[in-house]
Design a protein around this ligand. Sequence first.
Ligand SMILES: Cc1cn([C@H]2C[C@H](O)[C@@H](COP(=O)(O)OP(=O)(O)OP(=O)(O)O)O2)c(=O)[nH]c1=O
Length: 198
Amino acid sequence: MKRLYLASGSPRRRELLTQIGVPFSAVSADIDETPIDQESPSAYVERLARGKAEAGRGSVVSDEPFCVLGADTAVVLDGKILGKPVDQADACAMLMMLSGCEHEVLTAIALLDGERCESRVVTSRVRFRDISREEAAAYWASGEPRDKAGGYGIQGLGAVFVAGLNGSYSAVVGLPLCETAELLGHFGIPCWQTRNAH
Ligand SMILES: Cc1cn([C@H]2C[C@H](O)[C@@H](COP(=O)(O)OP(=O)(O)OP(=O)(O)O)O2)c(=O)[nH]c1=O
């Protein structure tokens, strides 16, 4: 069986891949995440997921055959990508935009080996309740929004804003597990190799 490398610095992605019982090693995947003019959000996340997988491949030293998994998540409101907040004002402005309405979370995954690369884009819809400016400021002070697309984490304190989710919870957190398992299967890597019953 091929060894799997996860090209990601995201602790969430490591936890999610661990959850489905797939042994892997993490490698870094630092790439330029600037969108290209006129690029659709779906094309953007797919390009980045592929780019991260390719960058990850570059840092693997191995004589054995291996696969590399990359992923990218974007929060999209009215067709516009909201990235990671750069400061408090940016984070609060994002939350005010997301307040009381529905947005999309797009997560792409890409898996490659020496011969081919397969990718998927998973779209989920998340509905936020109304959020006050005071709450947005208090949420920023928690430190949670800093490294997250759209400035929130559904898996953390940010859960209190989520009035509804239509789609894949794991995709919103950063790695769509159903689709990831499917792609891994295409490359001969089974899930449930390690079983940690909770
Ligand atoms: C919307 C949302 C995003 N996020 C996170 C997932 C991703 O880590 C991050 C989106 O940024 P990404 O650029 O997709 O990923 P990353 O820079 O954190 O990690 P890497 O590129 O090394 O793989 O936002 C959450 O943790 N919870 C959420 O609810």
